[in-house]
Write a protein that binds this ligand. Structure first.
Ligand SMILES: [Zn+2]
Length: 347
């Protein structure tokens, strides 16, 4: 018996001295116990080794049962704790309440004086529609989801194309040929399981614009065609929903918050009519530097967060213009037009 105790102590001490983990030393003790039981079961009565290890296997078998019981209980408790943690981590459907994981995730927002717990709650309760899941839509969607905007709608009828991937970083090579809204949805849900994404795999047209936009608190438009821009603007003005709008060309980008309900102009006040096609070529025709949509789209996401949380002064009545080629920024004032056919007061 004493021999076994000494052997066990030696295994434990030498293992510790060699820097072996507690777990690996426990395993070695298990092997020793197994060997002792083997000796007592297999060797004949009176064998010196059997005499030295207790002469009978019974106490060792009892010890084995006891150890298994203790470890089994420990593992069981650990498993149940893991399960309840996993349950706690799943998004909580009640609006405005946060799980521990969410509080931890949004901690850098919550410590900001301008956002705080109330602002983060407003983000969680917000419903944001993103028109276009392309160059500007990519960073807009990614940052809004990461920031914890609770409900994100995305509408686009396009599929992921190889030539999109130079700048539309939300889409991956493996998703070429997939509708953009589904490719985007998968990325957003992978990034933040606490947000709900509504994909609309269709073009925004007159049939649905008014109904769809009225369901959301704020709209971000990053499309590259003027018909859609004017349509989005009309529907936003009609529903009294603020519109964060951005545009790009080659090395230049611009953005503004169009919000006539708060005294700011609408898109049509600033751009009364679409420019001739040759004056406003698309990205496909004119080219665009890859990170530019990232710059402007990220600024659009910032504006949306400011509008939702009430932080700072959103770009209402102001337009930021960024020239990437020379690293220059300009902010110009833009005004509401009384004779605007969309938001003007009818005379
Ligand atoms: Zn207007």
């Amino acid at each position: 018996m004493l021999l076994v105790v000494i052997l066990a102590a030696v295994i434990w001490g030498v293992g510790a001295a060699m820097g072996r983990s507690r777990e690996s030393r426990l395993k070695l003790l298990g092997v020793l116990l197994g060997a002792v039981i083997g000796v007592n079961l297999l060797l004949p009565d009176g064998h010196p080794l059997r005499e030295a290890t207790g002469a009978t296997a019974a106490p060792w078998l009892l010890l084995t049962g006891f150890v298994l019981l203790v470890f089994g209980y420990g593992w069981g408790v650990k498993y149940l704790r893991g399960r309840s943690a996993a349950v706690q981590d799943t998004p909580i459907p009640q609006s405005g309440s946060f799980s521990e994981t969410e509080l931890n995730r949004y901690a850098r927002h919550i410590v900001l004086r301008e956002v705080g717990g109330a602002g983060q709650k407003a983000l969680k309760n917000a419903k944001v529609l993103v028109v276009g899941a392309g160059g500007l839509g990519a960073p807009v969607l990614q940052y809004l989801a990461a920031a914890g905007v609770g409900t994100i709608g995305v509408i686009d009828d396009d599929v992921v194309d190889n030539a999109n991937l130079q700048r539309q970083v939300i889409h991956k090579d493996r998703n070429i040929g997939m509708p953009k809204v589904f490719s985007a949805q998968a990325e957003l849900e992978a990034q933040n399981p606490f947000v709900t994404v509504h994909p609309y795999n269709r073009r925004l047209d007159d049939d649905i614009a008014a109904t769809l936009i009225a369901e959301y608190d704020i709209v971000l438009d990053g499309t590259d065609n003027f018909d859609t821009r004017y349509l989005v603007n009309r529907a936003c003005v009609a529903a009294g929903v603020p519109l964060v709008s951005g545009a790009l060309s080659q090395w230049e980008g611009q953005l503004s918050v169009f919000d006539p309900a708060k005294g700011a102009p609408c898109y049509q006040c600033v751009f009364p009519q679409a420019p001739a096609a040759h004056l406003a070529p698309s990205c496909a025709q004119a080219g665009v530097i890859g990170p530019l949509p990232g710059v402007i789209g990220s600024m659009m996401a910032v504006e949306a967060i400011k509008v939702i949380t009430g932080a700072g002064a959103p770009l209402r009545g102001q337009m930021v213009m960024y020239d990437a080629l020379y690293g220059e920024n300009r902010v110009i004032g833009v005004s509401k037009r009384d004779d605007c056919p969309v938001c003007g007061t009818p005379s």
